[in-house]
Design a protein around this ligand. Structure first.
Ligand SMILES: [Zn+2]
Length: 253
């Protein structure tokens, strides 16, 4: 299937991250439109059923998961990834509202914009996997969460040696000439958002989620957890900086 979700716009406020998400015409709009895909998601992340879900027919997401908007499922998968990082505090829910034809606004409490944006991008990719028929390898949800932790830690600097290397490696060199992508060359990315919300408003037209090769991204790294507290791998600078389990978010300013 072509790309299911198009993240049209991300707005980062002092407390929330708001994403405008378009569901592709070829993608199911409701989870009931592709019950098989939905059960793949639920098999992969059974915890979703226990999510608190206010403002819907049931108080738990399990009560609605089989017949709700794909965008709503995307919200809950993102929240689950955030919960597994243990970095997101008490984020137990987001909010999804329909704002147009196949267009949804998903709002998350946002302790860290990079963390939330990367979790959203990973959730897009998990759903893409499920609604493309599943298959091997399955996404490793815990490894993805570990990857998100590693990402945030690398951007937060860590020790001096490490952050210098990380900065270089995190540049999106292939897109650099466009100069428009969120550039984690800086921990300033995260800092800016805190100090000057204006600076990070309206990241538009994130795209190209489909160019990530699931096979490549899905390689399980049994060491991912063990490596969390270590410096990034020195032997492969490309994979050392960006956790291999985390699709790169590409947000255009
Ligand atoms: Zn919900």
């Amino acid at each position: 299937m072509a790309q299911m979700f198009d993240i049209r716009k991300v707005t980062i406020g002092p407390k929330n991250l708001e994403a405008i998400v378009e569901v592709a015409p070829s993608a199911p709009l409701m989870t009931s439109d592709d019950a098989e895909g939905t059960s793949l998601v639920l098999d992969l992340i059974p915890e979703l059923a226990d999510h608190i879900c206010l403002g819907d027919a049931s108080s738990h997401f399990g009560g609605v998961i089989e017949n709700t908007e794909l965008a709503h499922l995307l919200e809950h998968v993102t929240v689950e990834l955030l919960a597994r990082t243990d970095l997101a505090g008490d984020i137990s829910s987001g909010r999804t509202i329909e704002v147009g034809d196949r267009l949804y606004e998903i709002t998350f409490a946002c302790p860290d914009d990079v963390l939330v944006a990367a979790a959203l991008s990973s959730a897009v990719w998990i759903l893409q996997w499920a609604y493309s028929g599943g298959g091997d390898p399955q996404p490793d949800v815990d490894a993805i969460a570990s990857g998100l932790v590693g990402l945030v830690e690398s951007l937060d600097g860590g020790d001096a040696d490490q952050s210098e290397g990380a900065e270089e490696e995190l540049e999106f060199s292939d897109e650099a000439e466009e100069g428009a992508y969120l550039d984690p060359e800086s921990a300033e990315a995260a800092d800016l958002a805190g100090e000057d919300p204006e600076a990070f408003e309206e990241l538009e037209d994130a795209e190209d989620f489909e160019d990530q090769d699931p096979e490549e991204e899905l390689v399980e790294d049994p060491d991912a957890e063990a490596n969390q507290d270590d410096e990034p791998s020195q032997d492969d600078p490309r994979s050392g900086s960006w956790p291999e389990n985390v699709p790169r978010p590409r947000f255009v300013r």
